[in-house]
Design a protein around this ligand. Structure first.
Ligand SMILES: Nc1ncnc2c1ncn2[C@@H]1O[C@H](COP(=O)(O)OP(=O)(O)O)[C@@H](O)[C@H]1O
Ligand SMILES: CC(C)(COP(=O)(O)O)[C@@H](O)C(=O)NCCC(=O)O
Ligand SMILES: [K+]
Length: 274
């Protein structure tokens, strides 16, 4: 692969930015950053992403050509900052080859569904445990539909913000090695202190709701793969494993769905050009 095959994928979510460095179709690195200021973006463009604080894999990006940047954003204030970058491509729903998309569907959901199709085929259900938690189901080449609710972090935050006496009781994340096998991370359902009571209410309700959506999906599409992605995927998977191990064992955690989807969109777009 020559340097000119390198490109960046940027998925702009409501909490943060998700980056991937590709060489052609090979995903080489992924990392997350906070949302950027206009000055940050200008500097990244001016230095062609080689700024030391940015990402080590890009330090040798010095071949002169502007690094292609494919952007999928659900936060317009953040994507607008890249509008003057001549090597940026903004992915829109028109570039997603699925029928039944409605105009206000989040591009992240459409692209994650494409990514899921690319790796496991269809029908497939994507659960994105991000700022919002979303269900997005596709069959054949059509969006079946989905649902949106406050994500795990947001449920804890909003309860704290809207009440006078409640703390933010989001349990600390476990070290990665322990995350998938840690039943002790669950609070008792019938809690006897405030922190546990909040965690119990949010977590047991969330996993019960998730089970209801997944079971309904499997009634319509028996044995369809169900993929779990987003920043809270490991935490949620740990809760599911602890509460409903049989269901959890049939779900697949896939951190990079959005990038597989962006790779598909780019591939189709390059094919159409040539
Ligand atoms: N470093 C982090 N910064 C922000 N959120 C994080 C971080 N690590 C884990 N999370 C969890 O990820 C969730 C956000 O998911 P993510 O997929 O990153 O968001 P989005 O794509 O909507 O910006 C939060 O609810 C939070 O609990
Ligand atoms: C539902 C979302 C807020 C999820 O965003 P995220 O949690 O990934 O930051 C985003 O996909 C969005 O703004 N969707 C538009 C509404 C819809 O999908 O119907
Ligand atoms: K997301």
């Amino acid at each position: 692969m020559s340097c000119s095959d390198r490109w960046l994928a940027l998925s702009i979510g409501n909490s943060r930015l998700h980056w991937a460095a590709f060489s052609g179709n090979d995903l080489q690195q992924t990392w997350d950053t906070p949302h950027l200021s206009a000055a940050d973006v200008q500097q990244l463009i001016a230095t062609q992403f080689t700024k030391s604080a940015f990402h080590p894999s890009l330090h040798d990006n010095a071949d002169g050509a502007h690094m292609p940047l494919w952007i999928a954003s659900v936060v317009s204030q953040q994507s607008l900052l890249w509008q003057k970058y001549d090597a940026a491509t903004f992915i829109t729903l028109e570039q997603v080859p699925l029928a039944g998309l409605y105009p206000t569907l989040g591009i992240d959901r459409a692209i994650a569904a494409l990514g899921a199709i690319a790796i496991v085929g269809r029908p497939v259900l994507v659960i994105d445990a991000g700022t919002a938690l979303t269900f997005t189901g596709v069959d054949g080449a059509r969006l079946i539909g989905g649902a949106i609710l406050p994500g795990l972090g947001l449920q804890f935050q909003t309860l704290q913000q809207a009440t006078a006496a409640l703390p933010n009781a989001l349990p600390a994340a476990l070290p990665a090695s322990e995350e998938r096998v840690a039943p002790q991370l669950l609070p008792p359902r019938w809690a006897l202190n405030t922190t546990d009571a909040i965690a119990s209410g949010i977590i047991y309700t969330l996993v019960a709701g998730l089970q209801a959506f997944v079971n309904d999906w499997w009634q319509q599409f028996p044995a369809s793969p169900v993929l779990l992605t987003g920043g809270d995927r490991d935490r949620l998977y740990a809760y599911l494993t602890a509460t409903m191990p049989a269901m959890a064992s049939k779900l697949t955690v896939e951190p990079q769905l959005i990038f597989w989807g962006m790779r598909s969109v780019r591939g189709e777009s390059l094919k159409a050009e040539s």
